[in-house]
Design a protein around this ligand. Structure first.
Ligand SMILES: NC(=O)c1ccc[n+]([C@@H]2O[C@H](COP(=O)([O-])OP(=O)(O)OC[C@H]3O[C@@H](n4cnc5c(N)ncnc54)[C@H](OP(=O)(O)O)[C@@H]3O)[C@@H](O)[C@H]2O)c1
Length: 246
């Protein structure tokens, strides 16, 4: 299914910085009709809203809060595209003392949040003539990147959520896209010494893929290389990521 952004009503989570902010800027550039830009603290959205005050509607949303999700669902009257972008990472391995607490927090934000938000907004998506859900997973969701082991597990959960939701919503004609970025230059990767894609490039590639109807998106050069390895041999990607621990 090919898909157009033009005139669509879109909600993006976690838009006050990073990939979320870049997604909103790209949506403005591509002619979206209305953009619900969400943030835990909407005051942090002022500069973004100022770019297109008639298009961008700031909305408070903490994806870990059922009350916040219920409130948002009442505020919104129509929706074509939901982008589950908000996420957190901690540089912790499974052997770390705090692994369980961190894994719990990462699952709450990265996995349970998108499930709960998607459920709350599904009635609106069902009313749309051209609905889509875009889930931002990670290349670390396809094979565990051990320096961020618990985070990788939360992104593997997002990958599986994406597959299941896609199967469930196929008959309703709601397109479900999974996005698997490599390292992107945002606050999330501050201090990580590696080559990184820009958030703008990633945002552009996500929408190009959406317009082509691509279900699985590798929006940067590193992700594309790793996806090639994965498609040849999932075991080889596991071993390649394992080797990064030294
Ligand atoms: N950067 C990368 O290399 C990379 C690679 C693969 C996948 N990803 C994924 O891409 C997505 C965006 O990441 P990013 O790099 O743009 O990270 P970022 O710059 O750290 O931004 C994360 C965003 O998520 C929001 N957020 C965090 N917890 C939230 C919550 N409970 N409720 C609502 N919003 C919340 C943050 O808002 P606050 O300001 O309120 O904290 C912020 O807007 C994430 O899902 C991440 O896992 C990133």
């Amino acid at each position: 299914m090919a898909y157009s952004i033009q005139g669509k009503t879109v909600l993006v989570t976690g838009t006050n910085r990073g990939i979320g902010e870049a997604l909103v800027k790209e949506l403005i550039a591509q002619g979206a009709g209305r953009i619900y830009a969400t943030a835990r603290n909407p005051a942090t959205l002022q500069a973004l809203v100022a770019q297109a005050p008639n298009l961008v509607v700031p909305v408070q949303l903490d994806v870990t809060s059922a009350d916040s999700i219920a409130k948002l669902a009442k505020e919104i009257t129509s929706l074509d595209i939901l982008i589950n972008n908000a996420g957190i990472v901690n540089s912790t391995t499974f052997s770390g003392e705090d692994a369980l607490a961190i894994a719990t927090a990462e699952m709450a934000t990265n996995y349970f949040g998108p499930i709960q938000l998607t459920q709350a907004l599904l009635p609106l998506l069902h009313q749309s003539q051209a609905a889509a859900v875009v889930n931002i997973s990670s290349i670390a969701g396809l094979a565990n990147f051990p320096s961020v082991g618990p985070y990788s597990a939360s992104k593997a959960a997002v990958h599986s959520f994406t597959q299941g939701l896609r199967a469930e919503l196929r008959k309703a004609n709601i397109f479900v896209q999974g996005v698997y970025p490599g390292p992107v230059d945002t606050d999330m990767t501050k201090g990580w010494e590696m080559e990184k894609a820009t958030p703008a490039e990633v945002a552009k590639n996500i929408f190009t893929a959406l317009q082509k109807g691509e279900e699985d998106v590798y929006p940067d050069a590193f992700a594309r290389q790793m996806a090639d390895v994965y498609n040849q041999s999932p075991k080889q990607l596991e071993q390649q990521f394992a080797a990064t621990l030294g």
